[in-house]
Design a protein around this ligand. Structure first.
Ligand code: AMP
Length: 401
């Protein structure tokens, strides 16, 4: 199976419909606070400009219920304009009269941005009728929206059925995401170390199970570590624990032992009495979490332990913060691990979502080999799933991607 790259398609002078992921965070005044996803789409857009295409861009933003001005893609059009130094024609609707007229009048080398795809109910329903209308915007369909490729939505899945193999493919960003995760899971340079954190075991259980036979070491931090500590018989006070997953955590530890995977858990923690920045804190070992206190970050000894374990890594996959990094008081462990990974000579791949945000806050984003633009999508790849948006672009012949 193979995924056709935009480079393998004959796009010159054609109209190209590109599904992008412009789902960027904004503040309460509608200012874009992080434009990484927009910048990541530029390579594909520029490639189409170089081939004199008529370019129609589409994306969703947030979770609007029908048309809601605050979810308009106008700020994205402005940012695209300032990054590309080109006029961006903004449609007032998605498949309405305005979008259709503007698409009809589009000249080669011009860019039209449709309004938020989720203003139309058909998008999340994977509605073929809606997809059919979208397909009219381009002779060629390109998916460059990795962040939504795990969703069977009309602009990602249903739309692909209106194109044959010669007329659909993946943009540069989508290909890069697939390439990194594929390489990581199939041919990592060893030692391969996974650093897994975040709030709960339940959210990452499948990822842990799928990763275990592939890695040499697994470092577990964040809230999920407490379910593992409890499975070892430790008292964890009021820390986040999923009692129904204690047996699963024990099984994962047994399986790690059987496979020879070195599994590390925190040996000390920053504990607080309440889940708040004002709460007094203490550093304690994992055997001394006081009753009524909760662990909200890994402690300094764990940072040293994790650094030692990461020292010989040639490949590092990081998904999930080591503590409640949104609060300064509990961000130190995550930031220190971030700095250390950033300085390592290993291939270091960071999952999207919270981990990408944290690495950026720590000022380490430039140093990472690759930061995924999709939190949910990258997690599903790590879980070993085939993403609907990627499956829809697979063609039978050709070598494996
Ligand atoms: P996830 O979405 O599962 O990757 O979890 C990310 C969230 O986990 C972040 O918002 C962190 O604040 C939270 N988190 C990390 N460590 C802890 C902890 N020890 N207790 C509670 N929440 C945590």
């Amino acid at each position: 199976m193979h995924i056709k790259s935009i480079k393998e398609l004959d796009i010159a002078n054609k109209s190209v419909f590109i599904r992008c992921d412009f789902n960027v965070p904004m503040d309460e005044f509608g200012n874009i606070t992080d434009d990484r996803r927009i910048r990541s789409a530029l390579q594909t857009i520029r490639y189409c400009l170089d081939h004199d295409c008529k370019i129609v861009l589409a994306s969703h933003l947030g979770r609007p219920k029908g048309f809601e001005e605050k979810y308009s893609l106008k700020p994205v059009a402005r940012r695209l304009h300032s990054l590309l130094k080109l006029d961006i024609i903004m449609a007032k609707d998605v498949i309405g009269e305005d979008a259709k007229t503007k698409a009809k009048n589009l000249k080669n080398g011009e860019i039209l941005l449709l309004e938020n795809l989720r203003f139309e109910k058909g998008e999340t329903k994977n509605d073929p009728e809606f997809a059919k209308e979208l397909a009219k915007f381009g002779e060629i369909y390109i998916n460059d929206a990795f962040g939504v490729s795990h969703r069977a939505h009309a602009s990602v899945e249903a739309v692909t059925h209106f194109y044959d193999e010669e007329h659909k493919g993946a943009g540069f960003l989508l290909l890069k995401e697939i390439k990194f995760f594929h390489h990581l899971l199939k041919r990592p340079t060893r030692p391969f170390v996974a650093v897994i954190g975040g709030s709960k075991v339940s959210g990452k259980l499948q990822a842990l199970i799928n990763l275990l036979p592939k890695v040499d070491k697994m470092l577990i931090g964040g809230g999920m570590a407490f379910t593992f500590l409890k499975a070892m018989g430790e008292e964890v006070g009021n820390s986040l624990v999923e009692d129904d997953l204690i047996d699963e955590a024990a099984k994962i530890m047994e399986e790690a032992k059987r496979l020879g995977v070195k599994l590390y858990l925190p040996v000390d923690l920053v504990v607080a009495q309440t889940f708040s920045e004002d709460s007094p804190i203490k550093y304690v070992t994992y055997k001394e979490i006081p009753r009524g206190w909760m662990g909200l970050d890994i402690g300094p000894a764990t940072v040293r332990l994790f650094r030692e374990a990461l020292n010989d890594a040639q490949t590092i996959l990081w998904n999930g913060p080591m503590g409640v990094y949104e609060m300064d008081k509990f961000a130190r462990g995550s930031f220190q691990i971030s700095h250390f990974i950033a300085q390592s000579y290993a291939v270091k791949v960071v999952g999207g979502g919270d981990t990408a945000d944290l690495v950026q806050r720590a000022g380490d984003d430039e140093e990472m080999t690759f930061i995924s633009t999709g939190g949910g999508a990258s997690l599903e790849l790590i879980e070993g799933k085939t993403l609907p948006g990627i499956a829809a672009l697979m063609v039978e012949n050709g070598e494996e991607e």
